[in-house]
Design a protein around this ligand. Sequence first.
Ligand code: NDP
Length: 308
Amino acid sequence: MKLLLYIPSKTADEWYAAFARALPGAELRAWAPGLDWQADYATFWYPPRDLLDGQKHLKAAFNLGAGVDGTLKALTPPPGVPLVRLEDAGMGRQMDEYVGWAVMRYFRRLDEYAAQQARSEWTIHRPRKHADFVVGMMGLGVLGARVAQAILPLGFPVRGWSGSAKSIEGIRTFAGAAELPAFLGGTQALVCMLPLSPDTKGLLNRTTLGQLPRGAYVINVARGGLVVDDDLLALLDQGHLAGTTLDVFHEEPLPASHRFWSHPKVFITPHCSALTLIEDSVAQVAGKIQRLERGEAVTGIVDLRRGY
Ligand code: NDP
């Protein structure tokens, strides 16, 4: 079995070694421009446009991330070749931690206390009520559904929104464009866990974010392209939104001149809410290759028409 790899990262050697351990007997080859080599499988992250050109026997292509927006911008797999993405692969637990922390930081007003510390101010605020602090999860897929359930034990009412209707114990669910205003209207802390696709690009804009109640918070751990930055900043400046935590941006690294860096209501992290874990990811991809080799079905196949 022949596996083509393209991993543009400082950790490329670790990835290759992990694949060699997980698939003993497989022939591994790192992609390079002009390589003339027919592979059975390919695995990559942010591939160049011509990565899969000329591949005639490919059985599946594996994206080394949960989101495929970057991959689909560069290439479309050859007809009939499934594109398979990572499903959780150790990222879910990291997302639970990050989102739980971000929600709790706002609930306990730690953002306000940090600002007070900067001006040596000692002021105690009245506690909020859990029942009033509704957390709304946009996207109820592998990660969104998991994180929504991880929030529940913190005591907040949790609601979720997705494309198709879902039933998840303890979570009030909404689906489709028609139910988006109702979902947003009752959400105090909005968490975005949607894929970036032609349908979701710019979905968090003046209109939708304006439908959140005054004083709401926005936490984006999905992709920067979901947000219209100027609209988010305008709503923060107007006081409609109380704060935002952003892990992802249109351009990464976030340019030094961007207003997000210095805005007092913006908290930034450098796309680290959930990092790709080499061992977990390789185990998942290798396991799926082995299943395909046995003629079994695999999950995580991207719907190219929907873009996720
Ligand atoms: P999934 O594909 O499992 O879930 C996507 C969810 O979004 C589904 O519930 C889907 O609805 C919903 N959705 C998609 N399009 C729409 C739409 N137009 N309207 C309403 N709902 C929609 O993805 P994952 O949970 O695995 O990952 C989500 C995203 O998180 C990834 O695409 C990636 O961009 C991002 N991510 C970010 C990371 C980071 O480090 N910051 C790390 C990992 C992932 P339905 O259920 O009906 O299909």
